[in-house]
Design a protein around this ligand. Structure first.
Ligand code: FAD
Length: 322
């Protein structure tokens, strides 16, 4: 599985493959299922349709692994335009960002500068449009967590944004051995944390690589996030998973420890397990979908195939028109 994941991540990072795939038709039907729109206006329309079904969203502009200043600028511009448009449409403000799309491959200081700029735009748009901050947990710039080489910098960036009073949230990968210590610190500070299993092919020296150990580490992290003290500290847990066993486990721990359903949420990717998503909403859970938009769909789509090889079958079926 790690070899498969590593290969898919290499394909996502290859500029030549990306250019080729953007010009080909093969994977496009699959990506259409996962992408909420070609531009911000289309994505906001999709987000409004989802809001009518009581599903919140986090906008994500497609454009990871960017190593040119021009593309970084384009990514940041796209987000700076999408944020006020989202607020104006009356949608709760939540955007997700990968460090590699806002400059971390060029320099960490550029990435920081851009993250501050986007977080300020989120805060300003929320202040100008009260509806945009209506729903718990309030407006947020969610920092996605990429591979372990940028883990420390991403966490430091989160803490710096919070120190400036900006609306930041951060993703923690339960598979990393260091994550329990990171989570303890975040829980003590009342953070908005998205808990995921982790999507990169990390070495066993720093991460759990066997499925059973990864699932066990997720449950340990759930216990910490949903402890009664975490709620008292103001923690807002977001479970970034499609795994019904993890969600059922967390729901049980949450209920046992006195968490109301509106004090935490489940986050899933747009287009993944839609029937299950509908069921969760019908059962009264808060659900947010990670909603990618833009034209650079290849790196995002191939990473999803890396996470779930079954998605490859979907692509092949689409390619032969089956
Ligand atoms: P799994 O055990 O992998 O899957 C459970 C079941 O869900 C599977 O049986 C399968 O049927 C289904 N499923 C899972 N994923 C898919 C898929 N892509 N397509 C179709 N079916 C699927 N990882 C990071 O490292 N950093 C991040 O910042 C990050 N952000 C994320 C944000 C969100 C909102 C989500 C949902 C995930 C994010 N991830 C991130 C990915 C995460 O780490 C996992 O790799 C991914 O969610 C797959 O694991 P799972 O918990 O869903 O469980």
């Amino acid at each position: 599985m790690r070899l498969w994941q590593r290969s898919m991540i290499a394909l996502a990072r290859s500029r030549a493959v990306t250019e080729f795939m953007h010009g080909s038709r093969v994977v496009r039907p699959f990506s259409r299922r996962l992408v909420g729109g070609g531009n911000a206006a289309e994505a906001i329309e999709t987000a409004q349709e989802l809001a009518q079904r009581s599903i919140a969203t986090s906008l994500f502009f497609l454009g990871e692994y960017v190593d040119s200043e021009e593309l970084v600028r384009e990514n940041v511009e796209a987000l700076l335009q999408a944020v006020p448009a989202m607020a104006k449409a009356g949608l709760p403000l939540h955007v997700s960002v990968d460090p590699t799309q806002i400059g971390s491959m060029l320099s960490w200081s550029l990435c920081r500068e851009n993250a501050f700029c986007i977080a300020r735009a989120v805060a300003d748009a929320a202040a100008a449009h009260p509806l945009a901050q209506a729903r718990t947990p309030g407006p947020a710039l969610m920092l996605d967590m990429e591979d372990a080489s940028v883990n420390r910098e991403t966490l430091a960036l989160y803490h710096d944004l919070r120190q400036e009073g900006l609306p930041a949230a951060v993703t923690i990968q339960s598979y990393l051995h260091r994550s329990m210590d990171d989570l303890k610190e975040l829980a003590a500070g009342g953070a908005f944390v998205r808990l995921v299993k982790g999507a990169f092919a990390e070495s066993p020296a720093i991460a759990h690589t066997v499925r059973s150990a990864r699932d066990a580490s997720y449950k340990t992290a759930v216990n910490l996030l949903f402890a009664p003290e975490s709620r008292e500290n103001g923690v807002y847990p977001a479970l970034g998973t499609h795994d019904h066993a993890m969600i059922a486990y967390a729901a049980e721990v949450a209920a046992k420890n006195g968490w109301r359903r509106d004090q935490w949420e489940i986050e899933m990717l747009y287009g993944v397990r839609p029937a299950y998503q509908r069921r969760l909403v019908d059962e009264g859970f808060c659900l947010r979908l990670y909603l990618p938009f833009g034209r650079s769909w290849w790196p995002y789509s191939i990473r999803r195939i890396g996470e779930t090889p079954r998605n490859l079958a979907f692509v092949l079926r689409a390619a032969v028109g089956a």
